[in-house]
Design a protein around this ligand. Sequence first.
Ligand code: ZN
Length: 156
Amino acid sequence: MTMSNDEHLRVSKIKDGTVIDHIRAGQALKVLGILGIDGANDEQITVGMNVSSDRHSRKDIVKIEGRELSQEEVDVLSLIAPNATINIVRNYEVAEKRRVDRPDVVEGVLSCPNPNCITANNEPVTSKFDVLEDGTRCRYCEQIISDDIPSLIDPE
Ligand SMILES: [Zn+2]
């Protein structure tokens, strides 16, 4: 039996962990960034980019072995991957599906791009953004970010 790489990737299973599916094609690395996954820990990550989704479209898929994403982490994903589906896998079976819900507030994940913002000046203040229809707004300086969210992810 032979399989194309696409098919192999789609059916290969992880034992325990999280599968993030239906990420917009090309966004997988941004998803890893917003989750703070850089391969520094022992997590085994499988990234599939531009995988056939159906006859007409392509998607990215991320598999994280040995880690279950929390609802908070899943909600943050909504900023860049609103249509992603999250499968929590235990012992090779999908044990839970999580929906990506847009949170009202994102705390401590993004850093404010405004150099005059109190959160950008090493103050011991946790960044806090309100999630609006068309962007996210800094709670402290009211700067609105409408795109390029991944570049603002706090490396810590
Ligand atoms: Zn700010």
